[in-house]
Design a protein around this ligand. Sequence first.
Ligand SMILES: Cc1cc2nc3c(=O)[nH]c(=O)nc-3n(C[C@H](O)[C@H](O)[C@H](O)COP(=O)(O)OP(=O)(O)OC[C@H]3O[C@@H](n4cnc5c(N)ncnc54)[C@H](O)[C@@H]3O)c2cc1C
Length: 437
Amino acid sequence: MKHGKQSSLSKNHMRQERYEEYDVIVIGGGSAGMMAAGRAAECGARVLLLEKNEELGKKLLITGGGRCNLTNVGPDFLEKFGKDKKFLFSPFSRFGVEDTLRFFNERKVPIKVEALGRVFPESDQAQSVWAALSRYMDEGRVEVRRNVFVKGFEAQSGCIIGLRIGGNDEVLRASSYVLATGGLSHPETGSTGDGFRFLKELGHTVRDPEPSLVPIRVRERWVHALSGTALEDAALSVYQDGKKIFIRRGKMLFTHFGLSGPMVLNMSREAKELMKRQQVELMLDLLPGTDQGAIDKRIQAIFLEHQNKRVKNILSGIIPAVFSEAVLALAGVDSGKPAHSVSREERLSIGRVIRRMPMTISGFLGPEKAIITSGGLVPYEVDFRSMCSKKYRNLYVVGDILDIDRPSGGFSLQLCWSTGFVAGESAAQYAMSVQAV
Ligand SMILES: Cc1cc2nc3c(=O)[nH]c(=O)nc-3n(C[C@H](O)[C@H](O)[C@H](O)COP(=O)(O)OP(=O)(O)OC[C@H]3O[C@@H](n4cnc5c(N)ncnc54)[C@H](O)[C@@H]3O)c2cc1C
């Protein structure tokens, strides 16, 4: 342990018998690992962070489209974690949303709140968040070793006694270890599921990871043609066997393969489950919450005002212009017709299509495009008061490697900050306790 905030720890340094080099080794330099390393060092531990990439936090830098949605201040925060919320009372009460805001504020990262409580750095740069975490680790003099591939753990009698790295199986030892190797999404960032393998080798239960929060592939060409279009407020209903199963409302994006954006990502898991049984249809509502009669009145008014204009050029008064061709095609109306020659039946059909544009799911993007992977270390094998494994007294597990369900919106990173903070502190305390023996 270092001299510093907790001066009594210096005595422990003298008594350190079992491990010469480090108090805490953190494996994985992503969001959770950086927070854990910083906190352990702040608590006085000598910390080594191992990262297989040439740089830390590659995934953090692409979060929120490069803007980093770092937490969420919306209501019912815990509820968003569904059945898993029971595990999270403790870490979120130790380091919750308010603590996250304070943490970044104190490190000169002013923040702003956007729709649905999403919090971003004012700079709109994930880099600011990354830099704050790097400074946090620097303040505690965390030693960082990049380009180091961790191969596995050595364990004995419920205790981790070392870890193997690199090609020559060099063994590194510390009093405690924080595993922060992430999940399986966007493997190019370094999250290739190594931690899942380590945990299985140690006898832990790992639920098979599957991509979760993924963009959806859609068959219809008109959808692909709208690539790049965003809708701030749309509704998508999910149908199976002609029956409406559920509906979601929010922001969505059109891409060259189908649909993405927060609302789509958040419904992807349920849609995927349904697809395992049978074909799933989607129905897009461009004007959710608007009465069908009111839509027809608006169409009538616009047609009257622009009687001689082509119908495809005037629908922009009601829906985003880029949708006009698709709506008219689905309604079976010639888009080149002047408004005055559109029949009543055709007009009503246009109104109906605006609220019901059918699409067919043809699949889901894979792990390389997922925001998170579901699956991972089952939560009942972790003591969430400390983030310690229930099988190994000096192993702490944090971030995406945990099998915790959550939606998009800043909840994943908050999970990283909370579990990282608690694990860093607990790992430092454990190191202190064994060295005091
Ligand atoms: C495109 C995208 C956008 C996202 N946007 C948001 C957002 O805006 N808000 C939000 O809350 N969440 C977002 N997420 C989710 C969020 O990024 C993750 O939940 C979070 O980064 C997970 O952090 P982690 O530290 O657990 O894992 P990771 O960030 O995956 O870090 C794990 C680290 O461990 C290293 N590692 C792995 N194996 C080894 C090994 N054997 N030896 C050494 N090092 C190893 C990896 O190289 C990596 O650096 C997004 C995810 C993606 C993919």
